[in-house]
Ligand binder design. Sequence first.
Ligand SMILES: [Zn+2]
Length: 295
Amino acid sequence: MNTPLLTAALDAAERGWHVFPLRPRDKRPALHGESACVHTGDCAEGHRKWEQRATTNPGRIRYCWEYAPANIGIATGPSGLVVVDLDMLKPSDPEGTPDGVTAFKALCERAGQEVPSTYRTRTASGGQHLYFTAPTGARLTNTAGRLHRKIDTRAWGGYVVAPGSTTPAGNYTVIDPAPVAPLPDWLHKPLTPRQVPRALTAAPTPSKGSAYATAALRAETANVANAGEGVRNFTLLRAARALGRFVASGELDRGEVQEALKGGGLAAGLRESECTPVITSALNWSITHNQGKAS
Ligand SMILES: [Zn+2]
């Protein structure tokens, strides 16, 4: 019997959080992915991913955790949670980069707000998770670096590792058992998905693009539009470099790529004078690098 993990999973479910098993001593889901689905049991009517299979049902939780030493995932979307994930620094981070906890304190200060008092856990790597209830009527999704570098958020489409879980890096523990607070308005606003204004993007179907190139153009533009303040310049640069090869191969029109990326950059809060030089130089670089391969 894995009493501590079972108890932790039942505790989470009692709070209304939808749990699913992660691999033992690991952060990855233990449930099969779509490509491995044999369409039986939960998947008899079609594959169901962890977000759909996560449950608050004590019977199902006992069945799963009574004998399997699975770590615990909380599917944030169905649980009505938005979790702010404050990351630790990596060796590859530039010197002087604030870690997630420091960046979040600074963010609160700049907004003239107290650091919210809410349920908080410590992650195995030493980062922190702040739990909030999702605003009603809003369907927030995950964000990476939208609030600041080293600050991600988990909502629909995401999950967090629950306290009680263990990985080789350490344990997930509760460091503030305070009740889960509603997501403050000042945090809700920047987490709302951004729409790229149609007028700023390329025509819905670029004039000559292959389906693949067209999909890449849309995806990269959306990435740029949703990039956070700390990562939007880099995201724009990376997007322009990625799309440059389609320009080099003649699958996308340079002018259309520039317009689309500029639209994305403006939606992300960059000024036109900031977008244009990045797009121009990254496209030039990419086209030069890809010309040899474009035949
Ligand atoms: Zn399945």
